[in-house]
Design a protein around this ligand. Structure first.
Ligand SMILES: *[C@@H]1O[C@H](CO)[C@@H](O)[C@H](O)[C@H]1NC(C)=O
Ligand SMILES: *[C@@H]1O[C@H](CO)[C@@H](O)[C@H](O)[C@H]1NC(C)=O
Ligand SMILES: *[C@@H]1O[C@H](CO)[C@@H](O)[C@H](O)[C@H]1NC(C)=O
Length: 393
């Protein structure tokens, strides 16, 4: 007897390389899917029949004709094992792996705080990529949702490394500050450490202070206190909220002279100076049951649930129900029983008395003959016993 060629193909997955960052369609500019190429070889076999061997489902054949020569295969007889030179095919398949472009994070590829061009204001690390959470870890000395400010109050300069040195005064601090001191009433000098005894006579009005004149260093004058603004005779509190100090998506609350609180609006989160959109799908899947639904991001703070493929009828809190293909789109033969085995998958089994694969069911010949043979008063009654024996019934 001829031995059947083994049909099973040994899969040896070799992940070769991840190539070409593909810039996708215009709406999905933040997606940079990666192509991953998988290659596999078919099992080594006789060259003469190897042209027939197919690659596994989804793979394309890269080698022509009988494939590549040079491998060895074995053939077993009852007493010995023989080894022959053989052929095998190389098969390849390309799979798209969803990925975010640099500077974007999460399943919906939202922007990192600070924007994709300068994530975390270039002063920290954004947990980016499709599995990232979009938060910034700031370098030492920096803080804030997008690392947009200094971690300490008494420092200034683009690196937040210069230390303020104002004794009786306030410092122009922060990333854009220059460290200059604004002296309290009656003090002068670079560090506001020199008292001015003559100030007593000047009697500066409310919210102002006595200081050396900016125009004539030999004169004294009244200037507004820190956190107040005006000409020195009339000083009113500075209201930061009138100067757009918060993120466009934040509300500003005036708390007192030069003090305020920025609070991100509904759908956004952050320190107020920087607010980033909330994607509910990234948090507990937007309360969508994961077994039957998917969460769709609509915009800041907004999402909805949709049924997964092969599911229908979304019920909030419960999910979707499996589509009954047997009821709507039965693929089985009319003499077969259809059952659902998994979402989108059916099992077709021929009814009792029928033979076949479920997609085609033949009536069972022996049963038919037996029925005819036993039919009381029938034309064939009792005459078909030898036919039944012939078919092995
Ligand atoms: C974001 O992810 C990083 C790294 O996995 C983790 O250290 C950090 O705690 C996460 N932050 C939040 C807010 O989930
Ligand atoms: C900030 O740091 C960078 C790099 O460390 C340095 O080149 C630059 O001179 C620093 N600037 C200031 C104002 O300290
Ligand atoms: C500022 O607002 C936050 C909430 O956004 C709150 O937790 C904090 O207490 C507020 N600060 C003041 C001084 O009101």
């Amino acid at each position: 007897m001829r031995k059947q060629l083994p049909l099973a193909i040994l899969l040896s997955f070799v992940m070769t390389n991840a190539i070409s960052l593909l810039e996708s369609t215009q709406q999905e500019r933040q997606r940079c899917d990666e192509d991953t190429v998988f290659t596999t070889k078919t099992k080594c076999g006789a060259c003469s029949v190897n042209y027939k061997i197919r690659c596994p489902e989804g793979y394309s054949k890269m080698t022509k004709g009988s494939g590549k020569r040079g491998c060895r295969y074995q053939y077993e007889t009852h007493s010995l094992t023989l080894s022959f030179n053989g052929c095998q095919h190389t098969c390849m398949r390309t799979l798209k792996q969803p990925q975010c472009c640099s500077g974007y994070w999460g399943q919906d590829c939202l922007e990192c705080p600070g924007g994709p061009l300068s994530p975390c204001s270039n002063r920290g690390h954004c947990f980016q990529g499709i599995w990232g959470n979009g938060t910034c870890t700031c370098q030492k000395a920096f803080a804030g949702t997008a690392c947009e400010k200094c971690a300490e109050d008494n420092v200034f300069g683009p690196n937040c490394t210069s230390v303020c040195s104002c004794i009786h005064g306030t410092c122009n601090n922060g990333l854009t500050g220059d460290g200059q001191c604004m002296c309290m009433s009656g003090y002068k000098g670079l560090h506001c450490d020199q008292p001015i005894p003559e100030c007593e006579a000047l009697q500066c009005p409310e919210n102002s202070r006595c200081s050396v004149s900016s125009v004539d260093k030999s004169q004294l004058e009244c200037k507004c206190l820190p956190n107040y603004e005006g000409d020195g005779k009339q000083c009113k509190p500075i209201n930061p909220c009138s100067k757009m100090v918060c993120d466009p998506h934040a509300d500003c609350l005036y708390l007192g002279p030069n003090h305020h609180n920025c609070t991100c609006q509904y759908g956004y989160e952050g320190d107020g100076q920087v607010c980033v959109p909330i994607n509910p799908c990234q948090k507990n899947f937007g309360n969508c049951p994961i077994s039957s639904t998917v969460c769709k991001y609509e915009g800041p703070g907004k999402s909805h649930c949709e049924c997964q493929e092969h599911f229908r009828n979304f019920v909030p809190g419960r999910g979707c129900s499996m589509k009954d293909i047997c009821a709507t789109n039965n693929p089985c033969h009319e003499n077969a029983v259809c059952t659902m085995t998994a979402p989108g998958q059916t099992l077709c089994k021929c009814q009792k008395g029928y033979a076949g694969d479920g997609f085609v069911c033949y009536g069972n010949i022996i049963d038919q003959i037996r029925e005819m043979n036993n039919e009381p008063g029938g034309y064939w009654q009792g005459n078909l016993i030898s036919a039944i024996e012939l078919f092995g019934g």
